[in-house]
Every structure is written in C-alpha cells, then in structure tokens.
Design a protein around this ligand. Structure first.
Ligand code: HEC
Ligand code: HEC
Length: 338
C-alpha cells in the first residue's frame, strides 16, 4: 500500500472509531425530566449539575444502587444500612455506625434530605457535590471497603444495571455510578411536618406547647435561630459551639489544618431531629434535653467558639416546650408507623 493511502486509511479508521466510541458513551434513553417540588418558602436557588439533570430513570437506578449490598466488600452493607429510610436516612441510637468486616465509622451518621441546598457534604464539608460525596463511603475501608475497579466490575457484571446505565448515562463507569446515586439522593425531600403546615398557614398545625417552644427557639435570649435558621433550620456554616476545650475530632480543621477552623462543624438541619439520637458529630448526647442543657451553659471556652453562643436560664416547663417544638419538625413520612 502506498504510504499516503496507508496514512489516509489509518486516519479514517481513527476518526470512525473515535465517533463510534463517542456514540457509545452517550445515554440512549435517559428518561423523563423530573423537577423538584419545594413549597414557596424554600429558596429557588439550588442547582443540579448540567451533566446530571434529574430524570425518572436515573433516580430509579440510583435508588437501586443505594439499597444494593453487592456494592460492599463482604456484600452485607449498602448505603441504606447506615442511612435508614424510616429514620430520615440516618442511623438512630448508634453513636457510630457498623461498616464492612466489623469496621466502625468515626462519626455519627447524618440524615440525608433536602440535599440540593447543601454545597458541602460530610460534617467537615470535605466533598463539594453529592456526586463527589458518594465515592467516599463506597471506597472507605470502614464503610463499604471497595476499590473503584471492584465497584465498576460488580455493576458491569449485572446485565440489568448494564442496560440501565447505557440508557441513562451511556456506560458504566465510576463517575456515572456516583451520578446515579446522587440523582436519587436529590429526590429525598422533607417538607411535610407540622412546622411546614404551619408555614403554609394552618394555624392548628402546632400544639400550644409547640408554639411556645417556637417562640423560645426564635427568642434573642435562647437564640437557636442564630445558627439554625431558614426553612431547613440551618445556616449551613461551619461553627464551633464549644463542646470541648480540646477537640479529639477537630472537624473542618482536619481538612484545612488552619488554627481558626479547629472544632468547627457544619450546622446541621434540625428537621427530623427527634428521630435521630444520639446528637452531635460524635453522638455524645442521648436526648434533646441533654442538648438543651449543654446550650444553656453557653459551651466551654475555646478560642474559635462562635459569638452566637451565650449561656441562658431555662425552666423545666420551657425546656419541655422547646423540645415539643423540635418534635414539630418531624416529617409525617418518617413518623413511626402505628
Ligand atoms: C457504615 C455506615 C455508612 C455507610 C455504609 C454509608 N454512609 Fe454515608 N455517612 C456515614 C457517616 C458516619 C457520615 C458522616 C461522615 C463524616 O462527616 O465524616 C456519612 C455522610 C454522608 C453524607 C453527607 C451528609 C451531610 O449532611 O453532609 C451523604 C450524602 C452520605 N453519607 C451518603 C451515602 C451514600 C450515597 C452511601 C452509599 C454509597 C453511604 N452514605 C454509605 C455513614 C455511612
Ligand atoms: C453558634 C451556632 C449554634 C447555635 C446558637 C445553636 N446551634 Fe445547634 N448546632 C450547631 C452546630 C455547629 C452543630 C453541630 C455540632 C457537632 O456536630 O459537633 C449543632 C448541633 C445541634 C444538634 C444536634 C444535631 C445532630 O444531628 O446531631 C441539635 C439537636 C441542636 N444543635 C439544637 C440546637 C438548639 C435547640 C439550639 C438553641 C438552644 C441550638 N442548637 C443553638 C450550631 C448552633
């Protein structure tokens, strides 16, 4: 073959295979677009990554992965083992959670809902998107204990997954696996609690005790709203609340290594809080009463302690009211079935 003809054929082959490859990795049938429904008092400024727009099929696929124990090393643990749906996707009554091979997590398992409003994940904010977050537990030795290759191989070996990935994302790879899981997580929404019904104008939604408790929560003196505010009851900021003079787990500092970040954790949402004792990153408080007793002390001395932390006095009756208000944040869908 003359040299020019060879180069020509070779280039042509390259182009053809490039086009074929490209075509292979395009989703063939990603499904119907889905939009999220938040009540009017929620901000509208959340965003969903352009490459991972929500569709019914992607959500369904992600849900299947979220509950699949085959994605863990010893095939016993799925995301839902620690993030239990009936408890607002958390692990109640456990200080830390059990992972594969008897491993334990180092922190208390947080709830998952209304996650489109979060721009940082993990209690120290180290993952910036849900897509990036999902890889953490999959490959963490104490959680699901897999390598990226093992995860992809498990998913690929399942013909049903293979077909669904082709339709939804084009192909099975680690990025697309995390994208599917993130799609499911974005649809876990909590907006149907007595607190919400009150926000929507139902003046009978809260009991008299809950209304008195709400007034205390939002009062200047007790001031929970200084950090737990907005429709999700959180400012989503990193704060040091003076749990310790010397923290064992220093939260944000573990990532940034900056002195001023020592002991700072993201203020969590208080929605569904009654469902998920124990409390704080290390699960140190067993009851909401203990939490309030702690806040009443104003916290221990720490150079990074937030200015919003100040001590207050509270009567037993007021404490009961405040706890009653915290119970009004429990979503009907997560209420224990009678
Ligand atoms: C063994 C228990 C366990 C398993 C399994 C697990 N998680 Fe978690 N998850 C945790 C703990 C503990 C944290 C808090 C870790 C931290 O902040 O360092 C967490 C944090 C998260 C967060 C961040 C929440 C927030 O408010 O910042 C999300 C989202 C999440 N997990 C999703 C998942 C997904 C998706 C899977 C499956 C791929 C999964 N988890 C598997 C225990 C677990
Ligand atoms: C200075 C800001 C700030 C103020 C004021 C504040 N909180 Fe918090 N709250 C936080 C932060 C930050 C955390 C997480 C700390 C951690 O995990 O170590 C938290 C955690 C909690 C938790 C545990 C959440 C969980 O999922 O484990 C509860 C319950 C709580 N706060 C209730 C209250 C109540 C009730 C008040 C008012 C008496 C209040 N907070 C005042 C910032 C604040």
């Amino acid at each position: 073959m003359p040299k020019t003809a060879f180069i020509f054929t070779f280039t042509l082959l390259l182009i053809v295979s490039f086009l074929a490859c490209k075509k292979n990795s395009e989703p063939t049938n990603p499904g119907k677009k889905v939009s999220l429904n938040f009540p009017s008092y929620f901000p509208r400024n959340y965003s969903i990554p352009e490459h991972n727009q929500l569709t019914d099929k992607r959500i369904e696929l992600g849900k299947q992965l979220f509950f699949d124990t085959n994605l863990s090393k010893d095939k016993t643990i799925s995301c839902a083992s620690c993030h239990i749906p009936e408890f607002a996707f958390s692990d109640p009554n456990k200080t830390v959670s059990d992972g594969v091979n008897g491993g334990k997590t180092t922190r208390n398992t947080p709830m998952i809902f209304n996650a489109v409003y979060q721009n940082a994940f993990f209690l120290d904010g180290r993952a910036k998107t849900l897509e990036a977050q999902a890889l953490g537990p999959l490959t963490h030795p104490q959680e699901m204990g897999m390598t990226e290759k093992e995860i992809v191989d498990v998913v690929k070996s399942n013909p049903e997954y293979k077909k669904k990935f082709k339709e939804c994302y084009g192909e099975v790879n680690i990025k697309n696996i995390c994208a599917a899981i993130a799609s499911f997580e974005r649809t876990i929404i909590s907006t149907t609690s007595p607190f919400d019904r009150d926000m929507q104008g139902d003046t009978t939604a809260l009991t008299p005790a809950q209304k008195r408790g709400r007034a205390l929560f939002f009062s200047f003196k007790i001031g929970c709203q200084k950090c737990h505010n907005g429709p999700n009851l959180t400012n989503r900021e990193f704060m040091n609340i003076g749990l310790e003079e010397n923290y064992k787990d220093n939260g944000l500092y573990e990532i940034t290594k900056k002195e001023q970040d020592k002991g700072k954790f993201i203020t969590p949402s208080l929605r569904n809080i009654a469902l998920t004792p124990p409390y704080m990153h290390d699960g140190r408080f067993k009851t909401l009463e203990e939490v309030i007793d702690f806040y009443a002390t104003g916290g221990k001395e720490h150079p990074n302690k937030a200015g919003q932390m100040s001590s207050f006095t509270i009567t037993p009756a007021q404490k009961a009211d405040l706890i009653a208000f915290l119970h009004s944040l429990t979503d009907d869908q997560f209420k224990p079935k009678k």
